[in-house]
Design a protein around this ligand. Structure first.
Ligand SMILES: [Fe+2]
Ligand SMILES: [Fe+2]
Length: 171
């Protein structure tokens, strides 16, 4: 059984994942308004995945017999000056989440909570991927996003992203 402190920290991470989802929804809306449907699609899927992350922790807390307590989600930023700024903030946000997952892992290790260490390993790997993906989009934007033609190409590419629901067997 996880400690009260660990359960509390897991609940805070649920809030952070839902909050990430909300931030990406706001980014999705910003791109939709600019008629950049590919970027918009990319961030919708990003938002859906963050909700999946929240539920993954939600289910784990329940499995432990702990109490899930949902906290308030802050209002996300809705105005950006350009595409690069949005993508830069998305990357910075993933770095913030990585730091948060890392400190959860430190806590689990310190408490010799091996079940939670094992549970969090998935998130450690996921964060590496999340940062890598955000970095890739940022690189595209920096390389090609300077004119509308380049932006159109990136938008086409990001429009291809498909949502994959979490595997039922993953639990
Ligand atoms: Fe996440
Ligand atoms: Fe993420």
């Amino acid at each position: 059984m996880a400690s009260e402190k660990m359960l509390q920290a897991l609940n805070e991470q649920i809030q952070k994942e839902f909050s990430s989802s909300y931030i990406y929804m706001a980014m999705e809306a910003w791109f939709a308004e600019k008629n950049l449907d590919g970027f918009s699609n990319y961030f919708r899927i990003q938002a859906m995945e963050e909700k999946d992350h929240a539920y993954k922790i939600f289910d784990y807390v329940n499995k432990l017999g702990g109490k899930v307590t949902l906290e308030a989600i802050p209002k996300p930023k809705s105005d950006y000056s350009n595409v690069e700024e949005v993508v830069e903030e998305a990357l910075a946000h993933e770095e913030f989440i990585t730091a948060s997952i890392n400190s959860l892992m430190d806590m689990a290790v310190n408490e010799k909570d091996h079940a939670t260490v094992s549970f969090l390993n998935w998130f450690i790997d996921e964060q590496m991927e999340e940062e890598e993906n955000a970095q890739k989009v940022l690189n595209y934007v920096k390389m090609l996003g300077g004119d509308s033609r380049g932006l159109f190409m990136i938008d086409m590419e990001l429009g291809k992203r498909k949502y994959t629901p979490p595997a039922a067997s993953a639990e």
